[in-house]
Design a protein around this ligand. Sequence first.
Ligand code: G3P
Ligand code: CA
Length: 272
Amino acid sequence: MCRSSRTLIVAVLMTVLAALPVGPTAAARRDGIANVAHRGASAHAPENTIGAFRLAARMGADLFELDVRETRDHALVLMHDTTLARTTDVESVYPERAPWRVSDFTLKEIRRLDAGSWFGSAFKGARVPTLREALRAMRRTGLGLLLEIKAPHLYPGIERRTALELRRSWEGPLVVQSFDWDAMRAFHGLMPEVPVGLLGTPPAGELPGLASFAVQINPPYRDLTPGYVRAIHAHGMQVFTWTADDPVVMRRLAAYRVDGIITNRPDVLARL
Ligand code: G3P
Ligand code: CA
């Protein structure tokens, strides 16, 4: 890993944590564990919506996580799944357009969708945000951003377009992650100043090579052992693990000395 990347990620966390008010987040800060709201406070509000991100800020998160995909006309929008079916009313608005892939719709078409009602009637009318809308809504909140690029092989050029948007619309702490490690290597070439995270659980033997461009290894929590966390740290990288909502699990992960916990319930982690 290059020294500038390592310095940056430490600066990211220090900036975020230093800015926190006293209160429920103080415990997390003392432990040095970043509280990362997974798709926003997604246990309480529809995932990947601006409402979920704002709620995460109110619940004491340090960072918010989001998922970026691309429309047919190359707009960057926030959506976890390959299709729009689970988290919008696309099936009733466009019944003839199965299987409702994000990449088959224009931004104008996606703007007609309701991304809130599936979660609860109180959220009716929530929209699928563009990346730009989310960045601009959140950039003065003090939260850091953990941005996941979803399935970059489906959206050629998404790394470059994401980098452009980040340069234009985001000023705060930032980590960019993906399950596609080659895409992250490419992103590191585009924005070497931005810390890169790798989702998954690489074998310990691969950590030295990955540390040449990544600053985080971010595995599912069930894959973690204290020894694996130590191995990642020994290569100068951090561990943000996902998705832990149970306080018993959160405490165990804290004992493993992870650097961040990605949770649908940032309020629960903040209270620990
Ligand atoms: O940030 C970790 C997590 O978001 C990766 O899994 O499927 O929830 O995007 P997923
Ligand atoms: Ca994600």
